[in-house]
Design a protein around this ligand. Sequence first.
Ligand SMILES: Nc1ncnc2c1ncn2[C@@H]1O[C@H](COP(=O)(O)OP(=O)(O)OP(=O)(O)O)[C@@H](O)[C@H]1O
Ligand SMILES: [Mg+2]
Length: 214
Amino acid sequence: MKVISVLSQKGGSGKSTISINIARCLQLKGYNVALVDTDPQASAREWNALASDEFFPVYGCDKGISEKEIRQLEKLADFVVIDGAPRIEKSMADSIRLSDFILIPLKPSQFDIWACKDSIELVQTRMQIDKRLKAGLVLSQMNKQTNLTKDVVQFIQENFEIPLLNSGTGLRVSYAEVLSQGGTIFEGQSKEAKEEITQITNEILLMLGVVHNE
Ligand SMILES: Nc1ncnc2c1ncn2[C@@H]1O[C@H](COP(=O)(O)OP(=O)(O)OP(=O)(O)O)[C@@H](O)[C@H]1O
Ligand SMILES: [Mg+2]
């Protein structure tokens, strides 16, 4: 079993949106998936209340996930996706310690990058201790019309050790629309959004060394 945490102290960076959609992407690839919602705002649980039973189970852990709980999920799931809370607290440190991969979504703005610097540094510090831990930064809600993203990419590459994924999510109403209807982008109409989430998931699998036959 592999544990993927989607973390950032910055509110609204796209953690829940990306967590739910990559969990669904992994499920559609044939894996057993569980989603753990560690945010007391409970966005993933609210979504789950609307969602179809055919999707994966969503567990709420407001105080963060423990090693014991992860071991229990090991019996049920090939992948556990953890949706993080927008705070630096013990629950974030626990998720980092129990993960195989940490995904940090960032909106392509300098303020947003500064705002999640502490989360990035926490993960980088853990990676120095735990050599098997992998991580990636992912741009979220990109406006493809502006040149801002290029400067942000350069800033990230020059200032952080964690690699930036080649794919990210574009700013698309479909992301908000499908979740509010209890679905994911795989039940929606946006081919571009499906492609973005599939590419992000494939990059994570590659970095985890998981060989997947399509
Ligand atoms: N790619 C996207 N395009 C358009 N809207 C998006 C996209 N990703 C997320 N959003 C919207 O941005 C808002 C914040 O996203 P989301 O709730 O996933 O972030 P979060 O990091 O989980 O927030 P929080 O820190 O409060 O938990 C939501 O209204 C969501 O619908
Ligand atoms: Mg959230």
